[in-house]
Unconditional design. Structure first.
Ligand SMILES: [Zn+2]
Ligand SMILES: [Zn+2]
Length: 290
């Protein structure tokens, strides 16, 4: 099964009204949206008409939909208020995800702030996040997808191996999956651009979390070198990862059928070009006529 290739789409003005034309213009075969201000704690109600139109539009085009939860969420925070708000914010994203037919909701794995030990932060992740996973009992409920970071500060997950203790803290829940961001793992020190680097990284992911857990890929190149711990996305093929490792990514059994969404700079034209580049890397020279 081919990997759908698409991207994060803007939805200010309406999920269907703004999002669907943007998706069409970028040539998206998969989309990711925010359902709240990503830099705030607000939990806005959806507009049922836009929800319905968006669901219908995505279904008509067979577009898998993903939600990215707000960035402020941190289940490892030493601040009680942040931990509490994280629960409300993620619960909102999960419910809104179900409303719009999302397959998965991406959440950042957070950090052990305030100098607290990782074990303490992970115990809190279990206490706060496991109940939310247990709420996902409806067949239409999305997967919860963990996205690691570039490894800044006291990040709880950046290297593949870090996902092991995080999965264990959540009892390897059946609704738990992974969103792999190529820029983040490169920044965290996995040399995707080195010989066999992509394959090795994906092999390690599977050995840590098991088969069938990789549900989404954030396809981003990196403005910075490997191991820089900087989260600065670049257009596909224009950064330090380069285009070739994405060919390796498509060829790996762990990514079979897994959608890719770009989160790159450059506005609509840059996005359309990145989607086209990835499709060409996926399809190879025969189908693109190159
Ligand atoms: Zn990402
Ligand atoms: Zn990023």
């Amino acid at each position: 099964m081919r990997n759908p290739v698409g991207g994060h789409i803007p939805v200010a003005g309406g999920l269907a009204k703004t999002g669907l034309p943007y998706a069409a213009e970028m040539g998206a075969e998969a989309v990711q949206v925010f359902v709240a201000n990503p830099r705030g704690w607000a939990t806005p109600a959806g507009d049922p008409k836009q929800d319905e139109a968006f669901r219908a539009g995505c279904a008509a085009r067979s577009l898998p939909v993903y939600v990215h939860a707000p960035y402020l969420i941190n289940f490892g925070s030493h601040t009680e208020a942040t931990a509490e708000r994280s629960v409300e914010s993620l619960r909102h994203s999960l419910r809104r995800g179900r409303d719009i037919g999302a397959r998965g909701v991406v959440v950042h794995t957070g950090a052990a702030t305030g100098g607290r030990p990782r074990s303490e932060a992970l115990a809190q992740v279990r206490e706060r996040l496991l109940p939310l996973l247990d709420e996902l009992t409806h067949e239409d409920d999305p997967w919860l997808l963990l996205e690691g970071t570039a490894g800044q500060g006291a990040s709880l997950c950046s290297r593949m191996a870090d996902l092991g203790p995080y999965f264990d803290a959540l009892d390897r829940h059946p609704k738990l999956g992974v969103c792999l961001d190529t820029c983040h793992v490169f920044a965290a020190g996995h040399d995707l651009a080195g010989p066999g680097g992509m394959k090795q990284t994906l092999d390690e992911l599977v050995s840590v979390v098991g088969e069938g857990r990789l549900k989404l890929i954030h396809a981003n190149d990196s403005k910075d070198v490997v191991g820089a711990h900087k989260d600065r996305h670049e257009n596909i093929g224009s950064g330090h990862i380069g285009a070739e490792p994405f060919r390796e990514l498509f060829a790996h059994p762990a990514t079979e059928g897994v959608p890719l969404t770009i989160e790159t700079p450059g506005g609509k034209e840059g996005h359309a070009a990145d989607v086209a580049r990835l499709k060409a890397l996926r399809d190879g020279p025969e189908e693109t006529g190159a």
